[in-house]
Ligand binder design. Sequence first.
Ligand code: R5P
Length: 294
Amino acid sequence: MADMDGSNETKDFYLDIPARNTPFFLKGSGALDWGMQNRFARIFNAASGRTVMLAIDHGYFQGPTTGLERVDVNIIPLLPYADALMLTRGILRTTIPPTFARGTVLRASGGPSILKELSNEQIALDIEDALRLNAAAMAVQVFVGGEYESQSIHNLTRLVDLGARHGVPVLGVTAVGKNMTRDARYFRLACRICAELGAHFIKTYYVSEGFETITASCPVPVIMAGGKKLPESEALEMAYRAVSEGAAGVDMGRNIFQSEAPAAMIQAVRKVVHENAKPREAFELFQDLKNRRA
Ligand code: R5P
């Protein structure tokens, strides 16, 4: 017990100052419990309201993807620049140092490999293990219009229920099948379905026409997926447009770890996402850092 000797009886209750009541900074997340908001604060930067998430979960269906053959060699040096990591529990446990204190978004659906029908996923992570690993969120692929559409949506709703019970947000990832149209109309549909069914945030692809209608009609934060490798200048332009058109950040994989200078690229992406740098300025930073091998 604290020593009572010398305790000061003079108190100030600041009666002239109203109780502070700061709304949580993320769209659609104000009514979430403290634990969920705290987990979100490990993924999103409260100052910019955005995130630069590094996606390295590709191995869960396609094995050792180019650039991810050795996560210990290629990815660990990028960790200081990532606000959050999207990955599988296998890579997290085996390869990511527990000193990584930012958000981890755990891949929570899976099943088929690239050799099979990709939409035939099931839940591939127990909530208990997500908690044991101190995950900031769980990610589930949703195949709207795909062969196993209902099953993938059921995976989402089941994880949302488990996440709600334990305070873990769920990221709905809108997957596109080989023959599906990638346009604003499709992504509006897919994102809105995920949000209506409880996803706490959504990852979706950028489209050059109408992306702002996707973010506007989705009541929770939308993060831009990276997609196939583009020239660095184009990837930075895409990230710039996405955040200017309402995205709460990016979750990029190949456009970072397959870059000729991954550390330079992720820093340039940060400049766009957190500082609203124009693509040209960010590309100059990329070239400068690349030449200095930063
Ligand atoms: C999607 O299917 C996965 O989550 C990917 O493994 C990953 O997030 C894709 O990232 P990117 O398209 O930027 O390489």
